[in-house]
Every structure is written in C-alpha cells, then in structure tokens.
Design a protein around this ligand. Structure first.
Ligand code: FAD
Length: 367
C-alpha cells in the first residue's frame, strides 16, 4: 500500500549535523598547483563567507609545502597537505582512499573539485564511497541561506536549460567545476598561515573496490602485486611539446565549419601564431575530422575564458557558446549577419573569413 511504498522509497537519511566548512581539493601536476585550484579557492571563499564558516584547501602531492602557501593568498583559512612519494602523480585508489579518510575525519559540509581528467575520475568515487551526491560540471554555485544548503547549477538537456541541484540529506555536498568557469580573485599576499601537514600511512592505502560476481561492491585490501586485476595507471606520458592548452590561453582563435576545409585551417593557425594564441574549434569541424578533439570549445569540449576569443566561421550554437561566452573580448567573423554569434560578440566582422583572417594576420604582424 501507499505507506509501504513511501517507506521503501524513502532515502535513508544520513546524520548530517556536525559537518562544517568548505573544502577545495587543490589539484597539482608535478607539484605545481593548477589554476583551477585558485579559481575554486576564490569561489569557495564566497561560499564560506555566506555560511560564516572556514575555507580549507587540501593538497595531495610529494613535495608541495612551499607551493601550497600560495593558497593562503587566495583566502584559504587552512591549508592541509599530505605528502608522500606515492602521491606525486594521481592514482585513483590511493587518492580516493586518502581523501575519504580525511573527509570522514574532518567532516566538511562542502567539497569542491576541478572537473579535470583527474577530478572527474576522483569525484564520483569519493561520493560513492561516502554515500553522498555529486553535481558534475557546475557553472554556478550559491548558498541558500535559509536552508544553509549549496545550490549547484549546471546545464541540462543538451545545454537547453540550467538545472539547480541540491543535496539535502547527505554530506558533504560535492561539486566539480571546469577550469576557467570561476573567476580567479586577486591574490592577497598579506595573508599567510601555517601549512598543516597530515600524516597518512600510504602503505595501508592500496584498497581496491572490487565488484564481485553477485554485483556487490566489496572493499579488499591487497598489495600492488595484485594490481593486474584492476584498472590502474601504468605510465604517465608527458604531454607532447606544443600540445593544446586552451584553458590557460590568453588568446584563442577558433574556426568552425565556415573555414570550409581542413587545409583552410592554416589561416586560423597563422592568426593564432601571430598573436601567440591557441587554436580552438567548434564541434562541427572536430566531427568532420578537420582538427583534433583537444581543440574543441563548448559544452562537450573545453570551457575557456581567454582575454580575446576569435570565432571564425562559427554560427554560435548554444553548445559552443556554453564554452566561450565568458571570454573577456569576443570577436566574431561570419558571412551571415544574422548568425547568433553576433549577439554575444564585442566586435563583429561580416565577411568571408578567407579574406579577413589573412588581413588580420598581416595587420598584427605589421604592428
Ligand atoms: P555551423 O553551425 O554550420 O556554422 C558555420 C558558420 O560559418 C555559419 O554561421 C556560416 O554563416 C559561417 N560561414 C560559412 N562560410 C563562411 C566564410 N567563408 N566566412 C565566414 N563565415 C562563414 N558544438 C561546439 O562547438 N562545441 C561543443 O562542445 C558542442 N557540444 C554539443 C553537445 C551536444 C549534446 C549537441 C547536441 C551539440 C553540440 N555541439 C557543440 C554542436 C552545436 O550544436 C553546433 O552544431 C556546432 O557548434 C556548429 O558548429 P559551427 O558553428 O562550426 O557550424
């Protein structure tokens, strides 16, 4: 009967009192903090102030003590570091296990991660293990002051509407945010603090989640010699020199279907090179195979926020705009004066990119 159904459907409530503070899992590569760590600290500060609580940044690395001090300038109240040679590079199980222990110990009410390759791997594992929710790829975070709850907004239904998601009954409330989405605040170097080192016995952290034949998840402790039955990172290959770094680029010159052919991408590459920028692309040209997916900007590509974004032969579909509309200055070149890209650009050039792009390259070269 109805009562029975209601009972069955009732999500088991967790004891959520006692969770306090905002945490940022600050990601590092080669013991250097990534920009997204500072962006999340800047955003985390606002949330912590709204909740009248503290902001903590947490870094797992092998040698990060000096570098981590920078997090105080981005307004963290506490900086926790866990240092171990095993934590130099991201390892799914080791990182998940260490962070879950820390969350169980400190009980933060909010945990923010970058929606980077690693963050996207780590976030769901932590939330599953802690039996809480996770909202991926948030574009806006805010606090509902009355309920003291995190409002997590992200695009839904192919980017056609924005959904605000809450996690009312479980803690921590977890969100991932793509690099470049949140504004990095001006650092305040007058702020400083003591780095708090946390000792973790890493040798105990080779705990694997293993799905049994019956579909149940069991945790088993094993040493690394058992590793071949699990997915693990075998080798980390350094990014090739000259590879795309759209998220941190100051200038991006992007080409769309209007470029016309893979050969014509040379025009886009040339303008990018003259300006010292990176080459971006719409999904249409990635799908055509004219350029590698690493260049794609948009909802299913990279979210970028350069100082200047050139959109050449790009119509301005909502999914493309989702990845670039926060750029500081947008310059659009399109033959169709009614193209939607002109609604969001700062400067618009109606014309054939095959003529205008080489003219711009020449003009900038001559400067
Ligand atoms: P078109 O829409 O075909 O536009 C080409 C433009 O070039 C036109 O405006 C035309 O007037 C102009 N043009 C033609 N010739 C010239 C010329 N000689 N000089 C100047 N201008 C010229 N798209 C993305 O970009 N990124 C994403 O991450 C992304 N994710 C998606 C996710 C989902 C779930 C879905 C459904 C779609 C996604 N898309 C994404 C696709 C998106 O909807 C559009 O199809 C795509 O952005 C169109 O690319 P475009 O602007 O290059 O091509």
């Amino acid at each position: 009967d109805a009562m029975e159904i209601e009972k069955e459907n009732k999500v088991e409530k967790q004891e959520i009192s006692g969770y306090e503070g905002v945490w940022v899992l600050a990601e590092q590569r080669n013991n250097k903090l990534m920009d997204v760590a500072f962006e999340l600290c800047s955003e985390g500060r606002k949330l912590a102030d709204e909740l009248d609580t503290t902001l903590s940044a947490v870094v797992l690395a092998s040698n990060i003590k000096e570098e981590a001090k920078e997090l105080f300038a981005y307004k963290a109240d506490h900086v926790y570091i866990v240092e171990d040679e095993e934590l130099k590079d991201y390892r799914t199980e080791t990182y998940t296990s260490v962070i879950c222990d820390l969350i169980n110990e400190f009980k933060p009410e909010i945990v923010l991660l970058g929606a980077t390759h690693n963050g996207r791997d780590l976030g769901p594992r932590i939330s599953a293990r802690l039996d809480t929710g996770l909202t991926a790829d948030c574009t806006k975070l805010a606090i509902d002051k009355e309920r003291e709850i995190l409002l997590q907004t992200r695009p839904a239904f192919g980017g056609n509407l924005m959904a605000t998601i809450i996690c009312p009954d479980h803690r921590p409330q977890m969100s991932t945010v793509r690099p470049g989405v949140m504004e990095k605040a001006e650092p305040d170097y007058s702020r400083s603090g003591e780095i708090e080192e946390i000792e973790v016995d890493i040798s105990d952290k080779n705990i694997k989640s293993h799905i049994t034949d019956s579909g149940k998840i069991i945790n088993l402790k094993s040493d690394l010699s058992d590793i071949d039955i699990y997915t693990t990172i075998k080798e980390i290959i350094k990014e090739a020199k000259g590879s795309v770094n759209l998220e941190e680029a100051e200038i991006i010159v992007s080409g769309g279907r209007g470029v016309g052919s893979p050969e014509n991408f040379k025009l886009i590459e040339e303008l990018a090179s003259v300006l010292g920028g990176e080459v971006g692309a719409s999904r249409a040209v990635v799908d055509e195979g004219w350029i590698d997916k690493a260049h794609q900007v948009g909802q299913t590509g990279k979210t970028v926020k350069p100082r200047v974004y050139f959109a050449c032969g790009i119509s301005g579909a909502i999914q493309h705009k989702a990845g670039m509309e926060n750029s500081n200055l947008i310059i659009a070149i399109n033959t169709d004066e009614d193209a939607p890209i002109f609604e969001i650009c700062d400067y618009g050039l109606v014309g054939d990119l095959k003529k205008t792009v080489p003219m711009l390259s020449k003009a900038f070269k001559d400067l």
